[in-house]
Design a protein around this ligand. Structure first.
Ligand SMILES: Cc1cc2nc3c(=O)[nH]c(=O)nc-3n(C[C@H](O)[C@H](O)[C@H](O)COP(=O)(O)OP(=O)(O)OC[C@H]3O[C@@H](n4cnc5c(N)ncnc54)[C@H](O)[C@@H]3O)c2cc1C
Length: 313
């Protein structure tokens, strides 16, 4: 703990810093013990100093977006959580391919705000992502997917701080992206990089028509209970070889409404697990393991987590 504090005093960056910060306040599950320190740089330069310094001193770093796809352990996160929250600028990036236009957004901008920005400029492409919780950076990392559209379909380039501290503009190489897969994940060519900004190629479109689609997406999520209780969306990925969505498979096992402590398989969608009140990470993990075990026994299915487990459990 002293090392993290000493390090943060020494580097003198423009940032909001909180020590022993409860991660439950920074995740959509509302679960998670304290991070040794949570740091919100106010500009990309400060993020670069933090990232390079922490790596040089061997201080572990976790890169945080909006916390909508993570389960943080009850004992929290050792080292520093580098939070993109304050990096929220969005601006036009000039002409894009064909008739298109480019919108460039910083990592901490909520996806929903990016959608609204595109709408205000009469640019189409992003409307399927309206209402999805999450930041631009986290959604690029996850290659978020909504209503059959993947974010990587719209990406032109990503600017990131690489693990060695250099800032690099990374062009799209389609083969590195796939279903819930991006080059920023462990094992990828940009693993460990902090996404600073992303450029999206969008097409001119009629604003009332765009607004109508966006309203529809939000209403659909509302009707499906996405915002009813704290969750991280789908817990498991889909697996085509199983012939049906994972939610359907968990349904067949009668898991809707199953509870361990405060963690519950939502009664309205079996692949969405919720914090029904006072859930610990241990409760949620136990419920995840129970579902995996039952799916394996009944269908010989090996479910793969979509939610990322972070920190000490
Ligand atoms: C109600 C609900 C509905 C959802 N519906 C969908 C859906 O339809 N489709 C879908 O794909 N997802 C969905 N999700 C999951 C979630 O919204 C997405 O995965 C989202 O893209 C996560 O973004 P985030 O900023 O919250 O990432 P976080 O949860 O903060 O982080 C996720 C991963 O990204 C990494 N990361 C975050 N920011 C950066 C950065 N700047 N640089 C490098 N790495 C970074 C983190 O280290 C972590 O490994 C849903 C979640 C909820 C709660």
């Amino acid at each position: 703990m002293a090392t993290v504090r000493d390090f943060l005093e020494k580097i003198n960056i423009r940032a909001h810093i909180a020590l022993s910060e409860p991660m439950a306040a920074h995740t959509s599950f509302a679960i998670g013990g304290p991070a040794d320190a949570l740091v919100r740089p106010r500009d990309p330069g400060s993020a670069a100093v933090l990232l390079a310094g922490a790596r040089a001193e061997g201080i572990p770093l976790f890169l945080l977006g909006a916390g909508a796809n993570i389960l943080v352990g009850d004992r929290g996160i050792r080292g520093i959580v580098l939070d993109s929250f304050a990096l929220r600028a969005v601006a036009p990036g000039g002409p894009g391919p064909g008739r298109g236009k480019v919108l460039v957004a910083e990592a901490g901008l909520p996806m929903d705000e990016l959608c609204l920005e595109a709408l205000a400029r009469g640019l189409g492409g992003l409307e399927s992502f309206a209402g999805m919780p999450g930041s631009v950076g986290g959604s690029v990392f996850m290659n978020a997917r909504c209503y059959e559209r993947e974010l990587s379909e719209l990406l032109l380039w990503v600017e990131a701080l690489l693990a060695d501290g250099r800032t690099e503009r990374i062009a799209m190489r389609r083969e590195e992206w796939g279903y819930k897969r991006s080059p920023f994940m462990p094992g990828g060519s940009c693993s460990g990089a902090f996404i600073l900004r992303a450029a999206f190629g969008l097409e001119p479109a009629d604003p009332p028509a765009l607004a109508c689609v966006m309203r529809g997406r939000r209403a659909d999520r509302e009707a499906k209970g996405h915002y009813r209780l704290p969750s991280a969306g789908s817990v498991f990925k889909n697996d085509r070889s199983l012939g049906r969505p994972t939610g359907k498979l968990l349904d067949e096992l009668g898991l809707r409404g199953r509870r361990i402590g405060g963690a519950m398989v939502s009664p309205w969608h079996a692949n969405i697990f919720v914090n029904a009140g006072g859930a610990s990470a241990a409760d949620m993990m136990a419920l995840v393991e129970l579902a995996m075990g039952e799916a394996n026994r009944a269908f010989e299915a090996r479910l793969e987590n979509e939610v990322i487990f972070v920190g000490e459990f």
